[in-house]
Unconditional design. Structure first.
Length: 316
């Protein structure tokens, strides 16, 4: 089976490496070649464009940042979709919105290519350990063609239904992660404002039914004020925005999500875009930061109260 992989960021690079560890040779493409260097050699070669890659494979994985990147890579200049052979399988692991996945599935079908949406749950360390969960929207026959490849990168596969259902499930999960992290940060800010130490709050809250289990893994980052990226805050904001787009498309009201995504947007403007999404804590509960020059200046440092005032003005 000839395999291609496009998109070698935090997650894609680890997924591609795990395919290689299981003996698979890959044809690789990334917008910046340097991210592919460690994968090149006996089990990996670099293609000059997505189109060049497509002519050499019969299974293609994409792991890209957002719908525009996927669409450009698939059907833009030098896009791969017109160059994949008939009956090839395209597996899109990107976090995109369901209507976009259905659009790409239709485009693939017109070109006699089998489309699978298979976004993943799991952070960078989980990807390193090949323990990702795949949420798969696909024809069951197509899933069986690539099941063994998914199990090189993850340890759980959930077949959610037809095209777009995998991305639907991933969207619901990331909505819960994003709002849960923001709600926890806000609760911590209140507790500290009332005079409780962060240690007291962490020790008392973690492990209780009130707090999502994933938050225990974020304690070290918050304690050390070291938000080394596992899942970038800017991509969490993107996923929450796509959830809001999907809600608008389906007539679902999501007031909490819309407020939370604006909190993440403001945190991006405060310099946290490329940090782990747990840095929303630093934005809401931290002190001593100031907004970039594009934001109206407040007198003094950007304290917790002034951040809340800025958010309120943003949402007014």
């Amino acid at each position: 089976m000839k395999i291609g992989f496009i998109g070698l960021g935090i997650m894609g690079s680890r997924m591609a490496a795990n395919l290689q560890k299981q003996g698979h040779s890959l044809v690789l493409f990334n917008r910046t070649r340097d991210k592919a260097e460690f994968l090149l050699g006996r089990c990996g070669k670099f293609a000059g464009s997505p189109a060049e890659l497509a002519g050499q494979v019969d299974v293609l994985f994409t792991m890209l940042a957002h719908p525009d990147a996927v669409e450009q890579t698939a059907i833009g200049l030098d896009g791969f979709l017109n160059f994949l052979p008939p009956d090839a399988v395209w597996v899109d692991c990107s976090s995109v919105n369901p209507s976009f996945s259905k659009k790409m599935a239709a485009a693939a079908t017109r070109r006699e290519v089998h489309f699978i949406d298979a976004p993943v749950t799991g952070s960078a360390p989980v990807a390193d350990e090949a323990k990702l969960t795949f949420w798969v929207g696909a024809d069951p026959v197509d899933l069986e063609k690539i099941r063994s490849l998914l199990l090189c990168m993850g340890n759980k596969i959930v077949h959610t239904g037809g095209h777009g259902t995998g991305t639907s499930m991933k969207m619901v999960i990331n909505l819960l992660l994003g709002t849960g992290m923001a709600a926890f940060a806000e609760a911590m800010a209140l507790g500290e404002g009332l005079g409780l130490s962060s240690k007291m709050l962490f020790d008392s809250l973690l492990g209780t039914p009130a707090v999502a289990p994933f938050l225990a893994a974020k304690r070290e980052k918050i304690d050390n004020r070291n938000y080394e990226v596992e899942f970038p805050l800017r991509w969490m904001q993107k996923d929450m925005h796509l959830a809001a787009v999907s809600a608008q498309e389906t007539g679902v009201a999501m007031p909490l999500t819309n407020v939370a995504k604006e909190m993440y947007r403001l945190a991006m403007r405060d310099g946290h875009a490329t940090e782990d999404f747990s840095a929303i804590y630093e934005f809401l509960a931290g002190n001593g930061h100031s907004l970039p020059s594009t934001t109206p200046r407040l007198s003094g440092p950007l304290t917790r109260d002034s951040k809340v005032a800025t958010l309120s003005a943003k949402l007014a």
